[in-house]
Design a protein around this ligand. Structure first.
Ligand SMILES: [Zn+2]
Length: 403
């Protein structure tokens, strides 16, 4: 696939006076500047999960959409306290550039809040969105827009969304987390609440500059693809991504969007190869929606950094087909080495401004600075805090990497 057109104009500083001063101090021109940043995370999606999805979706000789993305590498995922991460420590690393303990939601080892890429994007005037097939208050989305000592604090995570970070678009499951009082709070905060795929389509079509959307499409997680009935009113992951792009594109501001294929992990924990495979295929369809959107013709859409990765590998999946190749629609045969996560590296793909920084071998904390560079009007500057502890690691890393 082609690289979207390089941007031609630099957006005015989002950091106001801070950056105007900083501009003078800028060490290098920021070639990574992007209008929009989209991060897609396959929960538990190791290399062999991708290979299983490939065989099923397009056959052994084919390639998934994500596999066709031009820049790629692999990512080490350990947390601050364990060789094997959980989803929240990994998502904190992706969202803040800082490793922390397993179960932490965008807080550091010392318990202090870490500013996330979504919060930085919001404070710099960008629209923001979170999309997941899990409860929207589950670990991965939470680490982008909440700060809690433990991922199980899902009511508090919802409160963090509604009271503090207020992403413009929140789409996923988790109706059980939102009491009527919390739903009232959401409406007070300006959210339209939708609960079906049809409702989401209407909301996407009628989105305005100021609208906010809270989509709660299931009591807990969304139903995995293989278990969905024809009559299901739940949107697919790719439907939610299409709607999120439509809604976030309405404002004249640019946006940050995180998308999680959240149920690859569950299938792998249960050693259910077919369930896992269909979730990988669904995730790839969501990637396809994003790729097509960036190539739809507008310079503003083309000027988007897209990163596709995973938080960790789940299950120690190995593919064990005998001497044959597979046609589309067939499943690999496989074995698993654990019911838990593993320390295996995971893939990363990317395109768009800033994706040049993708390296063959990366750490999960290297991804935040790529996104930070892309949304900062100038490189080499320390971003502002939103009243919590500022994350400066990204800026430090960039300064250190500058000759
Ligand atoms: Zn898991």
């Amino acid at each position: 696939m082609g690289t979207p057109q390089p941007h031609s104009t630099r957006r005015p500083s989002r950091y106001g006076g801070i950056l105007r001063v900083a501009t003078i101090l800028t060490l290098l021109a920021n070639a990574a500047f992007a209008r929009n940043v989209i991060l897609l995370i396959g929960d538990g999606m190791g290399f062999n999960h991708v290979a299983a999805g490939r065989a099923y979706a397009v056959g052994s000789d084919g390639a998934l959409v994500m596999e066709g993305i031009e820049r790629h590498g692999q990512v080490a995922t350990h947390s601050a306290t364990s060789a094997i991460t959980d989803s929240s420590a990994a998502a904190t690393a992706l969202a803040t550039g800082v490793k922390t303990y397993n179960d932490a939601v965008a807080v550091a080892l010392d318990g202090l809040s870490l500013e996330t890429i979504l919060e930085i994007a919001k404070s710099s005037g960008m629209a923001t969105g979170l999309v997941s097939t899990t409860r929207i208050t589950h670990a991965t989305p939470a680490c982008f827009a909440a700060h809690e000592a433990n991922r199980d604090n899902e009511v508090q995570i919802a409160q963090d969304y509604l009271r503090d970070s207020r992403p413009d678009v929140l789409l996923g499951g988790g109706g059980r987390v939102f009491s009527s009082a919390l739903l009232g709070e959401a409406r007070q905060a300006g959210y339209e609440i939708v609960s079906t795929a049809d409702g989401l389509s209407v909301a996407a079509a009628s989105a305005t500059q100021t609208s906010k959307t809270l989509g709660l499409f299931a009591y807990s997680h969304l139903t995995q693809e293989i278990r969905r009935s024809e009559a299901s009113s739940e949107p697919h992951l790719w439907d939610m991504v299409g709607a999120a792009l439509a809604m976030l594109s309405v404002p004249s501001s640019d946006f940050f969007l995180m998308v999680e294929g959240g149920r690859i992990d569950d299938g792998a924990h249960d050693h259910d190869l077919r369930r896992t495979t269909l979730e990988v295929a669904a995730f790839d369809k969501a990637v396809e929606v994003v790729v097509n959107w960036t190539q739809a013709g507008s310079a503003r859409q083309a000027d988007t950094l897209v990163l596709v990765t995973a938080d960790h590998e789940t299950g120690g999946l190995s593919i064990q087909n005998p001497d044959e190749t597979l046609a589309a629609g067939e499943f690999v045969t496989a074995d698993w080495s654990t019911w838990e996560h593993t320390a295996a590296d995971v893939p990363i793909w990317g395109f768009g401004p800033g994706s040049e920084a993708i390296a063959a071998q990366m750490d999960n904390t290297d991804i935040f600075p790529i996104m930070l560079d892309a949304i900062s009007a100038e490189a080499g500057t320390v971003v502002s805090s939103v009243g919590k502890r500022a994350t400066t690691l990204g800026a430090v890393k960039r300064a250190a990497a500058t000759p």
